[in-house]
Design a protein around this ligand. Structure first.
Ligand code: CO
Length: 466
């Protein structure tokens, strides 16, 4: 019997997409023992924006959250999303930082590390892969991930070549990450059949979002075309900018005669658990029902839903919503000038902001953001297609030299750790604290100070009690 397995995303991408990653650990601890018995391929529960959100908004230690997840999900594969050389942040970290981060992630409980680079420049995921292999346990899986997008240079053949490269590099599974939810059923069929022919029995995973309304059709075609694993979210946290529903796909797959390994009663029980939690965040406004709607605009402009809502917010702030259509039409032009980068964090924000600036200033590239300048210099990696000559000349000058994002500088060792230890002093108690600081210095200092103050208060209280 053929098998298609499901990854459950409610603890990471679903809540990140629907409610800006504000779900605290305490809200879902009560369902973890059930989730552990559901039979998912894996549970995506860490990485992405969860790390930042823990420190910045929730007053949680992300590493402690991971250890708690590990303790309460002893039989499940715990999965994280990692932005290659960017880890969970927005800049390129040094190789020794990347290696230590992965060592600690595995040590604290992660099994599946899904690694991607926004530009699909695989030099930026090599260090993370090698570190995963170095610290792997028998349960560790290094999953190579492709940022999916459409452009004249992103052909089926190109994607097949990328998958072959990921296989040669030593990844154990491959994931197609359609962050904007723009992959059509037609594209899924040609892509997945082509990739499966090229990579043999290696596990192929599809990650998509319901944003544009395409996901269920696309996933169905993917199943018919040989996909092995699909990403889904428990139904009350599915749809809109999130993933397709777990229970719905279970039901559909069952009729196909395809084994999922899921326990029907348990996946329903998990959903029942999350229903009032979802309602709580709808009621307090943190889960905007707008994010549950279908928005097909992204199909025309090839931009993720979140990017459009950002643009609307920015233009509204500047009382310039009358420029919205012009800014929207400018996005594909900026993207073409930049060599068709996939519009995923951080490039989606960078391209969106530049398009708005071009329209508001009334002259294209009169002002160029620092981030775009760094991109054009080559700091993010190699663009999928050549960058426009005009832009290169504007940024680098007539004889300026591009930089190599993999030059000697990224291999420096020790400096970040020494600086972090000095900055934190006795606030840091573990390598994990130091790593949090390297990734998010301001938030970590605040978090560690709060932790210390809280403990001192508790200590005083205990003495008085005695
Ligand atoms: Co996603």
């Amino acid at each position: 019997m053929r098998k298609v397995q499901l990854t459950e995303t409610v603890l990471r991408d679903a809540q990140q997409s629907l409610m800006a990653t504000r779900l605290p650990y305490a809200d879902y601890e009560g369902t973890l023992s059930d989730m552990d018995k559901a039979g998912y391929y894996s549970i995506e529960c860490w990485g992405g924006a969860t790390f930042d959100s823990c420190l910045r908004y929730l007053g949680e230690d992300p590493w402690e959250r991971l250890r708690n997840l590990r303790k309460n999900l002893p039989n499940s594969k715990l999965q994280m999303l990692l932005r290659g050389q960017n880890l969970l942040g927005y800049k390129h970290y040094h190789d020794d930082v990347v290696e230590k981060f992965i060592e600690l992630s595995i040590k604290n409980g992660i099994d599946v590390i899904r690694i991607f680079d926004a530009l699909n420049d695989f030099r930026n995921i090599k260090t993370a892969l090698e570190a995963t292999q170095k610290y792997a346990t028998e349960n560790t899986i290094a999953s190579g991930c492709i940022s999916y997008t459409q452009s004249p240079v992103h052909t089926v053949d190109k994607y097949i070549e990328m998958c072959k490269e990921l296989k040669t590099m030593g990844f154990q599974t491959i994931c197609l990450k359609d962050m904007a939810g723009t992959m059509s059923p037609y594209e899924a069929e040609h892509l997945i059949k082509g990739i499966k022919d090229a990579i043999g029995d290696m596990t192929l995973i599809l990650h998509t979002h319901c944003t544009t309304g395409m996901a269920y059709m696309t996933i169905t075609k993917a199943i018919e075309s040989g996909i092995d694993v699909i990403d889904c979210a428990t139904s009350c946290f599915s749809g809109g900018t999130s993933q397709p529903s777990t229970e719905t796909m279970y039901y559909a797959l069952k009729q196909y005669g395809i084994e999922t390994g899921l326990d029907e009663d348990i996946i329903n029980k998990v959903n029942d658990y999350f229903k009032p939690i979802k309602q709580k965040y709808v009621d307090n406004g943190q889960l905007n029902p707008k994010s549950l709607a279908t928005d097909a605009q992204a199909l025309v402009y090839k931009v993720p839903g979140g990017m459009l809502s950002n643009m609307i917010a920015n233009l509204t702030d500047m009382h310039a919503m009358d420029k919205f259509d012009a800014a929207l039409a400018e996005i594909p032009k900026v993207r073409a000038d930049m060599g068709y980068p996939p519009l995923v964090t951080p490039l989606s924000q960078m391209v969106g902001n530049q398009a708005v600036t071009n329209v508001l200033v009334g002259e294209r590239y009169k002002n160029i953001s620092k981030e775009i300048k760094n991109y054009i210099k080559g700091e993010y990696g190699i663009a999928p297609a050549p960058i426009s000559e005009e832009l290169i000349e504007k940024v680098l000058g007539a004889d300026g030299k591009p930089v190599d994002c993999r030059d000697e500088d990224v291999k420096r060792t020790g400096e970040d750790f020494t600086a972090a230890k000095e900055a934190l002093g006795d606030l840091a108690r573990s390598e994990e604290d130091i790593m949090s600081y390297i990734c998010y210095p301001d938030q970590t200092v605040k978090f560690l100070k709060d932790r210390k103050a809280k403990e001192e208060n508790e200590a005083v209280y205990t003495i008085e009690e005695i």
